[in-house]
Write a protein that binds this ligand. Structure first.
Ligand code: GLN
Length: 245
């Protein structure tokens, strides 16, 4: 199958090696005989309606978010339509924040989001930095990564988190929740990049994209020794931080 990926603002939102997530998806697809067809969707680019199986948006500093936020709002309708008809989304940190209703930075300036995810974010003075370990009970898996954000993300009542914080700050250092998921839309603060050290989630995102493309969602298991070792190193570092902050 050809899996069509729309990479939003690759030149602006690509902090902490988030582009590495695309490389992992491409290789894990190739090893199963699929092909990842990646389209950059930048400033003033149209969103190819109905043609993208997985949208990806990485993280960025407040400055880069401010550069893209109003353009992203212009893309709200085709992105919402895509999510409603089952396209998958993976959004990391700054990109995750902009899928919510708004992001208010430390200066109090408010950037509009597209309100795809039921949340909003307000930045605080103390940055939330360090290794994170989550319990993703919906998948029976743990997720490990690295966070670095000023934003405190508040999920709406009833919104589903990506995982529960075992160690680290997560969405806001208080709720015990990290990330958010809705339909095939997933947002998280976890950089690293995220996918090399969480192969189960990389395959989950591929399966979501394949489901949208109408292909088989079964993916033959890969050896993943290195990936599992990377997960353990990251998980141990997070555990060494102690519990929730
Ligand atoms: N600028 C946002 C914040 O500080 C997002 C940071 C990021 O993408 N790492 O919360």
């Amino acid at each position: 199958m050809r899996i069509r990926v729309g990479h939003l603002y690759p030149d602006y939102l690509n902090i902490y090696a988030d582009r590495g997530n695309i490389a992992v998806l491409a290789e894990r697809a190739r090893l199963r005989g699929h092909e990842l067809d990646v389209h950059a969707i930048g400033m003033r680019d149209p969103v190819p309606a109905g043609e993208i199986d997985l949208f990806y948006v990485g993280g960025g500093q407040d400055r880069e978010q401010a550069l893209v936020a109003h353009d992203l709002v212009e893309k709200e309708k085709p992105l919402r339509d895509a999510a409603e008809e089952g396209a998958a989304f993976l959004a990391v940190c700054g990109g995750y924040q902009l899928l919510g209703r708004f992001y208010r930075d430390v200066a109090g300036d408010e950037l509009p989001g597209i309100g795809l995810l039921p949340l909003h974010t307000v930045a605080g003075q103390r940055r939330m930095i360090g290794d994170v370990l989550l319990d993703c009970d919906w998948a029976g898996q743990t997720m490990a990564g690295f966070e670095n954000h000023a934003g405190r993300t508040i999920l709406d009542e009833g919104a589903a988190p990506l995982g529960r914080v075992i160690s680290g700050f997560g969405n806001n250092g208080a709720s015990g929740a990290e990330g958010c998921r809705w339909k095939r839309v997933y947002g998280t603060y976890l950089h690293g990049p995220l996918l090399p050290r969480n192969p189960w989630f990389a395959d989950h995102m591929l399966a979501e994209a394949l489901a949208h493309a109408g292909g088989p969602t079964e993916l033959a298991p890969l050896p993943d020794e290195l990936e599992r070792a990377a997960h353990e190193v990251s998980a141990q570092r997070a555990r060494a931080r102690g519990g929730k902050h």
